[in-house]
Design a protein around this ligand. Structure first.
Ligand SMILES: NC(=O)c1ccc[n+]([C@@H]2O[C@H](COP(=O)([O-])OP(=O)(O)OC[C@H]3O[C@@H](n4cnc5c(N)ncnc54)[C@H](O)[C@@H]3O)[C@@H](O)[C@H]2O)c1
Length: 446
């Protein structure tokens, strides 16, 4: 099959590379010329486990191409995926300008039957609008007779495990108003769902809403656990015991129950906000989604509050080591990362930051550009903690967990750790004479 992917970001690049890996011929399109030039010469714009290998392999085998020219990308394609960004506007609604621009371009370029598949996360009704825009463009060209299929196929991959998630999905959701179109898209996914058979065909609006409901449900679990963790810090109890205590209940399950420094990334925050906005537009207050968002905003300041309680509000002359800047481990994505709030707060209070992240330093430098030399970036976690007054752990990169505590003791100026991801055992830390503050394990009494 020949497939065109428009929007070559986290989702588009993974989708394109994985479909090529399944034997299809894929052309990924993007407006970002630098990104396309880099990809053409083998340089990936993002870090994702396993992605570089399959991009390399399929490029060499001539199944994966990159271009800025939509017409070229769409040439002879049977399927065209839209995977451009849908970032949040000020009022929480999704900015659909790129999606509609792509729809117009598709309408201008389409020359034979094509199935257009909306993969970006966009509010209910967007796929129908895309259909209308394409029809309008065909009319302008005097080609109203040209038929095309339309579907919503939301993506559920997680950054950090994107290739695995795409290749071994729990389910594939296809929303279509035409069963034949849905069946053709299902065929595309057969190599990866043949064993599970978990392809869910539904109407377009249900598919669009499934994506928002899924992300909001996962965000709800995180905010709920963060709130229980804060209660633990007030009344005693250990959020890790509680997590296991409830997670072993088969009705609840164990995933997405970790208390921490708050959720971030390009999906949960914006999708929860868009759900609230869609409710508001339709005279329905989304009470749960609103609470999830509020709890998360507060949670990003929880570590900052601990630090202020310990050090006071004047951090001039203090050196803080920060481990982890990306919004979660195994990604270099800084979008809505809790580190943006935490580092900003510490710098504003006067602290000097020495930061280490295994993959996100380049993105972080861009995100924290305004702070100049108040933030220093180093190449190893041990370099960061040298003569530090405290260590602040924001992202749960696995290597942080296995650090040599004796080395930490030797190198740090003061043995103080603020752990936003509950990476260490409080008892072990106490034995090693560390002042150890973490989330919901009664190490921090408010
Ligand atoms: N990142 C994730 O983990 C994830 C997971 C599931 C769903 N999604 C959804 O998928 C969509 C894409 O997310 P992403 O993280 O890949 O975004 P991204 O910002 O990484 O990538 C979007 C790409 O689209 C390109 N683009 C913008 N306008 C364009 C145009 N007119 N023509 C061609 N290319 C254009 C941009 O240059 C960029 O490279 C969003 O709706 C997001 O909510 C993301």
């Amino acid at each position: 099959m020949k497939i065109c992917i428009i929007g070559t970001g986290y989702v588009g690049l993974v989708t394109g590379a994985c479909f090529a890996e399944m034997g299809n011929h894929v052309c990924c399109v993007d407006v970002d010329e630098i990104k396309i030039n880099n990809l053409t010469s083998g340089e990936l714009p993002i870090y994702e486990v396993g992605l570089k290998d399959i991009v390399e392999k399929n490029r060499k085998e001539d199944r994966l191409h990159f271009t800025t020219d939509v017409k070229l990308g769409m040439k002879d394609a049977s399927f065209c995926f839209i995977s451009v960004g849908t970032p949040p506007c000020e009022d929480g609604s999704a900015d659909l300008s790129s999606v509609f621009e792509v729809a117009r371009v598709i309408g201008r370029c389409i020359n034979s039957y094509l199935i257009v598949i909306m993969k970006s996360t966009a509010p209910v009704g967007t796929t129908e609008k895309i259909k209308d825009i394409i029809k309008q463009e065909l009319k302008v060209r005097g080609r109203d007779e040209l038929l095309f299929g339309i579907a919503s196929n939301p993506e559920f991959l997680k950054e950090g495990e994107a290739v695995k998630d795409f290749m071994q999905p729990d389910r594939v959701v296809i929303g279509a108003d035409n069963l034949q179109v849905a069946e053709l898209i299902k065929q595309l996914y057969l190599p990866i769902v043949a064993n599970s058979g978990n392809v869910l065909i539904m109407d377009i609006r249900s598919a669009e809403l499934t994506k928002y409901a899924a992300n909001s449900m996962l965000a709800t679990r995180i905010s709920f656990m963060n709130e229980i963790a804060r209660l633990c810090d007030k009344v005693g109890g250990d959020i890790d015991h509680i997590r296991i205590g409830i997670g072993t209940d088969s009705r609840i399950g164990s995933q997405f129950l970790y208390a921490g420094a708050g959720y971030g990334g390009s999906c949960f925050p914006k999708d929860v906000k868009e759900l609230i906005h869609t409710g508001r537009k339709n005279d329905l207050q989304m009470h749960i989604a609103e609470a999830v968002h509020i709890v998360n905003e507060q949670q990003k300041y929880y570590l900052v509050d601990m630090i202020k309680q310990r050090f006071g509000e004047n951090l001039f002359g203090k050196k803080f080591a920060v481990w982890g800047l990306s919004f979660k481990a195994q990604t270099d994505d800084m979008r809505e990362a809790p580190s943006l709030v935490i580092v900003h707060s510490l710098v504003t209070l006067g602290a000097h930051i020495v930061a280490y992240d295994p993959e996100a330093a380049k993105q972080a430098k861009q995100a924290f550009l305004e702070y100049g030399d108040k933030i220093q970036y180093v190449d190893s976690m041990m370099d960061a903690i040298y003569r530090a007054d405290a260590l602040v752990m924001i992202t749960d990169w696995p290597q942080f967990r296995t650090v040599n505590v004796n080395e930490l003791k030797k190198q740090m100026h003061q043995r103080i750790i603020f752990d936003g991801r509950n990476q260490f055992d409080p008892e072990q830390m106490a034995k090693n004479d560390f002042e150890y503050y973490c989330i919901g394990r009664s190490c921090y009494v408010k």
